[in-house]
Design a protein around this ligand. Structure first.
Ligand code: 5RP
Ligand code: FE2
Length: 215
């Protein structure tokens, strides 16, 4: 079954705890936390102190998407704040292998994110070391953008890479995922779908999650 990771970027920050509980009750599998620094992406969101505050509120794995420069400097903070998965952009990590080792040394699952224009080749030599590949289907920085359909063949490419090596690597897709675009991602081999506006923008959260999951 495909996992759904609601992005709290689209939640009402004035009642973040309630918003997290609500998607948990509605059947979410992960909580996706978008960390933006105003440098790697042109937007600023939340840091490890917010992660620490929400950690006790849910049993669900916290899937932390770091859209920041110098990720190595902040891995420890996010790991200690309670991240279960930390994903770093290949475009932001100078020594990606070292960054992955830093995450794993903290007992946290490690993932690598590719922007829409970044080729799958960028992770070919690190695929054995990671737990997740996150494919961006929008340019990172904002919620509510349109799905870039040209990324779909990349999902398939990553899926084939993972299968060829017989690995247990999750394939997550992030950006513009909704009930219409989700089937394209699932068909191409994604098993974790992030959705912000398509979940928090809806009145019935359970219905929103189910329709993205395709049930
Ligand atoms: O990483 C992100 C943006 O950089 C968000 O996770 C993503 O955009 C989710 O929002 P939506 O589903 O509304 O596109
Ligand atoms: Fe994200």
């Amino acid at each position: 079954m495909v996992k759904i990771a609601p992005s709290i970027l689209s939640a009402d920050f004035s009642k973040l705890g309630e918003e997290i509980k609500a998607v948990e009750m509605a059947g979410a599998d992960y909580i996706h936390v978008d960390v933006m620094d105003g440098h790697f992406v042109p937007n600023i969101t939340m840091g490890h102190l917010v992660l620490k505050a929400i950690r006790p509120l849910t049993e669900l794995p916290l899937d932390v998407h770091l859209m920041i420069e110098n990720p190595d400097s902040y891995i420890e903070d996010f790991a200690e704040a309670g991240a279960d998965i930390i994903t770093v952009h290949v475009e932001a990590a100078t020594h990606l292998h070292r960054t992955i080792q830093l995450i794993k040394a903290k007992g946290v699952k490690a993932g690598v994110v590719l922007n829409p224009a970044t080729p799958v080749d960028a992770i070919k030599h690190i695929i054995h070391d990671i737990d997740m590949v996150l494919l961006m289907t929008v340019n990172p920085g904002f919620g509510g953008q349109s799905f870039i359909q040209n990324v779909v063949p990349k999902i398939k490419e990553v899926s084939e890479l993972v299968q060829t090596h017989g690995l247990n690597v999750e394939i997550e897709v992030d950006g513009g995922v909704n009930a219409e675009t989700a089937p394209l991602c699932i068909e191409a081999g994604a098993n974790v779908l992030v959705a912000g506006s398509a979940i928090y923008g809806k009145k019935d959260l359970k219905d929103a999650i189910n329709s993205i999951r395709g049930v």
